[in-house]
Design a protein around this ligand. Sequence first.
Ligand code: HEM
Length: 453
Amino acid sequence: MSEAATGAVARNLPLRKLPGLVRHPLEALVEAGNAANGDIVRLGVGPVGPYLVTSPDHLETVLHNPETYVREGLLWTGVRRAVGEAILVTEGAVWKSSRDVLRPLFTSARVNAMTDRMAEAIRDAVDGLAEPAREGRTVDAGTELARIVCQATTRVLFGDKITVSDAVRMVDAFGVIATEMIPRIVVPWAPGWLPLPGDRAFAAAVATLDEIVLPLIREARRHPDGGDDIISALCAPREIDGAAVTEKQIRDDLVAMVSTSTETTIAVLSWLWPVLAAHQEVAEKLYAEIDRVVGGAEVRRSHLPELRYTRMVLDELLRLWPAGWFIPRMAVRDEVLGGTRIAAGSTILVSPYVTQRMRAFWSDPDDFDPERFDPDGPKPEPHYSYLPFGGGPHRCLGQYLFAVEAPLIIATILSRFRPHLVGPVDFTPRMGASLRPATEAKLVLRPVRAVVP
Ligand code: HEM
């Protein structure tokens, strides 16, 4: 008897028990996770419902077995329409070739070596906030964060080969793509030739990406400069399965790298403003740390080890609003997972957002409490109850970069300005490729010191 035949059939959580699934999918999924209390359940009825997998043990098995649980299915088909065969979505030889090229660019030694250059780029971008702050003008937090992150990223990761304004245009295009792909995910049986709402905007956004990246790739291949940036690395000659790497493959990886290196960081930091407005005690502690460590100086790499509370705040932001909130898989063969029978072709819903908000693994999971991540306290247990960067062979390449870039951005902004939220605090998430607040914060920035450069 095959092992698959020995597993138990998963309990069904009928859709009528999840009335909010369409209107409030995130809340409904957390509710389903709490109701199942770590067991594997099937959402919906009949043979088609996806399996909701939330327990850390099961997640570890799924994420560490990419030959069995692959990145296929609805979400990935949608993402592939924009990024083709990029590292973010592929498996096997194509994925390995991209990962081998990119991994050396993200080691801690490489990131440490670029940290002061990144700090300088962030400082230059944050200078742009001085004028509105002086004039008491309201700024849009999402727009400003996009500008700051794009400046940091283009300088250190893309060797200034992409301009900041083109990077911002790409971020806007990713936003359109993430929204406009939804009709095709919801109606997956619609043939490609049948026009659906969103198709034209989606195609226009993809055209914008190509218009920006293709000339850069052609130039880099014509005139290799041996640089240590992502574009040079991807364009260096290499073979995949015995054939020379194609322009299309480079394009897909480059688009994916611009997307993932910007959108994730912008998304996580965009939750800081409502958090600071709603949690006075967190704001006071954070400001006190940054004033003590940085004061009126320029933020540098040497400040980072002392920004301990800043890191705790970031860890808690990543728990409640992990940018990679949904990383589903598809089982390619019949399997038994945690004693439950999973049929080949089934979708496995893996969501850091859900597991990180479940009562079974976290006390008072809805409270914003950075003290959970006190480095002198106990580590989150069990291991995969906290997985904002995924796990296994597809674990995020940018985790260390984020751990350096995000505190630099927070410390640079908050050592110079105190943000004041204009309008009510709203923690409603807007689902897209990442999670952002439904209403982007509007801020008035008050200079911390009397003279702002
Ligand atoms: C807060 C920031 C970030 C979060 C929460 C995040 C989250 C994730 C997650 C959950 C995965 C796993 C995907 C999967 O298992 O299917 C992933 C993969 C990846 N991330 Fe990130 N990411 C972040 C920042 C970054 C940055 C800054 C970069 C690059 C500069 C990056 C590059 C990548 C790449 C290349 C992969 C694919 C790895 C592979 O499949 O081999 N990420 N990320």
